[in-house]
Design a protein around this ligand. Sequence first.
Ligand code: ADP
Ligand code: 5GP
Length: 203
Amino acid sequence: MFDKGILLIISGPSGAGKGTVVRELMKNDKYCLSVSVTTRAPRAGEEEGVSYYFRTEEEFKGLTERGELLEYASFCGNYYGTPLKYVEARLSEGKNVILEIEVQGAVQVKERCPDAILIFLTPESISDLEDRLRGRGTETDEVISMRLDRAREEVRLMDKYDYIVLNDLVRNATSRINGIVETEKYASERNRDFPEKFLSEKE
Ligand code: ADP
Ligand code: 5GP
């Protein structure tokens, strides 16, 4: 009972803390994370098949043409996409599947899977965001400025999301997301088959 997996999309500006919060959520085995495909070059420490599947533009194009991606989008000059098979398999096993993706992809998933929950994770302000991006030290000044411009646009698309989660402290953001998932799991809309199950139990 109440054992269906939920498709959980976590978006938010680059540097909001998505990776950090997702790592924390993943300590709970009710979640699994979909590893995306990207044409971006790996950052120091990123591993093939763990951080991303790193592919050429041509390989990426092949995936889109064969319908192997649930969604895909271009972000700051690179392509990113979600492998469809993995998501379908984990959801059918009853796992909550996390997609850490940007807004264009999030909107595509919501259209295709209206049951998905869209969460917009954000620090309190753009200056907190800049501090985090600079603190992470993984991008050049030019890329940081491109990502901040992009963040100014993304925050205006917040109304496409079901929930806004403030990432002030990682543990607060994590418990807010856990709370949303727990609540959604018991939504009557997600459990339309409950009467049948209830009535088929032996008395
Ligand atoms: P994203 O995946 O959204 O691009 P990251 O998870 O890489 O963001 O986080 C960006 C930087 O901000 C990292 O250096 C991370 O340690 C830091 N960070 C994440 N969450 C918080 C938080 N709640 N408070 C302060 N720093 C944070
Ligand atoms: P980064 O280059 O910092 O790893 O990711 C850049 C942006 O791409 C982030 O906003 C991240 O959430 C998003 N992203 C990562 N994987 C995917 C994906 O599979 N699909 C889409 N649409 N966006 C993704």
